[in-house]
Design a protein around this ligand. Structure first.
Ligand SMILES: Cc1cc2nc3c(=O)[nH]c(=O)nc-3n(C[C@H](O)[C@H](O)[C@H](O)COP(=O)(O)OP(=O)(O)OC[C@H]3O[C@@H](n4cnc5c(N)ncnc54)[C@H](O)[C@@H]3O)c2cc1C
Length: 365
C-alpha cells in the first residue's frame, strides 16, 4: 500500500521532531522517518539550554528568531504536556554567563553591548562581583561577575524529544537512501518502504548533507564535537542555567561546554573533560566533592557560519531544508512558527536571510 501523507519529515531529532509535531498540530498528516540508533544524533546528547543572550552577534535576524522561540516556549511546553502528560521541565528564570577574570568581564560586557546595539534590548545586563554573589551563594573567589539575561532558560531535552515523538507517526530504523522528486511530489525510499507527499522537510542533522541535493537543496553541515559531564544528585546549588553548568530537576549537575573540531568522532578525551571540570569547580568549589556519574561526547550540526539554514528548493517547490545548532532553543519556533509556514508553502519572513545562497562559494567547490 502506498504511504500517502501531507508532509514527510526526514530526521527524527529535535529539528525534525519539532517541525513534524507543529505540522501535525495544524491538522496535517505527517510521517517522521528516522535512521535510528546507528546515526549521529545531537538531540540525544545535548545540554538542554534555551539560550538567548549571546545568540546572533553579527546576525540580528538570528537574535530575533531565537528571542521569538524563547517567547513561544511556554506555549509549546504547555501543549506538549496537555497532549502527552510529559513535563519537559521547562524553566525560564533567566540565565547567567560567569566571568572568571576582569578581562573576561570586559569581553562579555562588550558582547552584550554589541547584541543590544545590533538587535535591541531584552534586559540583558552585567552583574558585578557583589551582585552575582547576592543572587547565587557558594561562588568561588575567582568569579568576577556575570551577564544575566531574563529570558534564558533550560528544559529536559530527552523528555522534549519523547514528548514530540509520542503523538507522531514516528518511524525509527528508516534510513532514507533515495528521494524521487518532481515539483510538489516526493517519493521517499527507506529500505523496502516508500512514502509519498507533496511536501518534504530535510531535517536529518548531519545526514542532511547527502539528502539535500536529491531535492535541489544545499546543506553543507559538518560536525563539531561537544563533551558533557554529569554529577551525582546534589542539594540545590543554583536556580539559574548558565552556559557552562545547569542543575536538573533531579538534582544532577550537567557541565559543558566544549567545542572540538574532530570530525565524526564521538569519543571522550580526558584533557577536554578536565578543562570542563576545572572551569566549573573554579565557579562552584563545592563541585570538587561531587562524584561524576556519566560523561559523553556528541556532535553538533554546524553550518559554515554557525547560523541555521532554512530554504525551499527553487527547483522542486515543496521541498524544504531545516538545520541549526540550537535545536532545543529553537524547538518552539520550529513547531509553532516554521511548521505552519511550511504547510502554507512559504517560509516565514523572519528566516528569509537563512538560505544557502550565502554558501555559494562552498557549493561551487
Ligand atoms: C554537546 C551538545 C550540547 C548541545 N547543547 C545544546 C543546548 O544547550 N541548547 C540547544 O538549543 N542546542 C544544543 N545542542 C544542539 C542540539 O542538540 C541540536 O541543535 C539538535 O539536536 C539538532 O537536531 P537535528 O534534529 O538537526 O539533528 P539530530 O539530533 O542529529 O537528528 C538528526 C536525525 O536525523 C536522522 N537521520 C540522519 N540521516 C538520516 C537518513 N538518511 N534517513 C533518515 N533519518 C536520518 C538521525 O537518525 C537523527 O535522529 C547541543 C548539541 C551538542 C552536541
Amino acid at each position: 500500500m502506498p504511504n500517502l501523507h501531507d508532509l514527510i519529515v526526514i530526521g527524527g531529532g529535535l529539528v525534525g521532531g519539532a517541525i513534524a509535531w507543529g505540522a501535525q498540530a495544524k491538522g496535517a498528516s505527517v510521517v517522521l522517518l528516522d535512521e535510528g540508533d546507528i546515526a549521529y544524533r545531537a538531540a540525544r546528547g545535548n545540554f538542554g539550554l534555551v539560550w538567548v543572550q549571546s545568540k546572533g552577534a553579527g546576525m540580528p535576524p538570528y537574535a530575533h528568531w531565537t528571542r521569538r522561540s524563547a517567547a513561544l516556549w511556554p506555549d509549546l511546553a504547555a501543549r506538549l504536556r496537555q497532549a502527552t502528560g510529559t513535563d519537559i521541565a521547562l524553566h525560564q528564570p533567566g540565565g547567567l554567563a560567569f566571568c572568571l577574570s576582569d578581562e573576561e568581564y570586559i569581553e562579555r560586557e562588550s558582547l552584550i553591548r554589541r547584541m543590544h546595539n545590533e538587535s535591541g534590548d531584552i534586559g540583558t545586563r552585567m552583574l558585578s562581583r557583589e551582585d552575582v554573589r547576592a543572587m547565587v551563594p557558594g561562588l568561588g573567589d575567582e568569579v568576577a561577575g556575570a551577564s544575566f539575561c531574563p529570558i534564558d532558560g533550560h528544559a529536559s531535552p530527552l523528555h522534549l524529544l519523547k514528548a514530540l515523538h509520542e503523538t507522531l507517526a514516528y518511524r525509527p530504523n528508516r534510513k532514507v537512501t533515495r528521494i524521487d522528486a518532481v515539483p510538489r511530489s516526493f517519493t521517499v525510499h527507506a529500505g523496502t518502504e516508500t512514502y509519498t507527499a507533496p511536501k518534504i522537510v530535510i531535517a536529518a542533522g548531519l545526514g542532511s548533507r547527502d539528502l539535500a541535493p536529491m531535492v535541489g537543496l544545499h546543506m553543507p553541515v559538518s560536525p563539531l564535537q561537544g563533551q558533557i559531564i554529569v554529577t551525582e544528585r546534589m542539594r540545590k546549588i543554583i536556580d539559574y542555567p548558565t552556559h557552562l553548568l545547569r542543575q536538573t530537576d533531579e538534582g544532577t549537575v550537567m557541565l559543558g561546554d566544549s567545542q572540538e573540531d574532530v570530525g565524526f568522532d564521538t569519543t571522550t578525551r580526558i584533557a577536554v573533560l578536565k578543562k570542563i571540570a576545572d572551569r566549573n569547580t573554579r565557579i562552584f568549589p563545592a563541585l570538587k566533592d561531587a562524584s561524576i556519574i556519566r560523561m559523553w561526547a556528541a556532535l553538533r550540526v554546524m553550518s559554515p557560519d554557525g547560523f541555521p539554514i532554512y530554504e525551499q528548493s527553487a527547483r522542486y517547490p515543496g521541498a524544504f531544508a531545516a538545520t541549526c545548532h540550537s535545536g532545543v532553543t529553537l524547538a518552539a519556533a520550529h513547531a509553532l512558527a516554521l511548521a505552519p509556514a511550511i504547510l502554507d508553502g512559504k517560509l516565514p519572513d523572519d528566516v528569509a536571510s537563512f538560505g544557502s545562497a550565502r554558501f555559494e562559494a562552498s557549493r561551487a567547490a
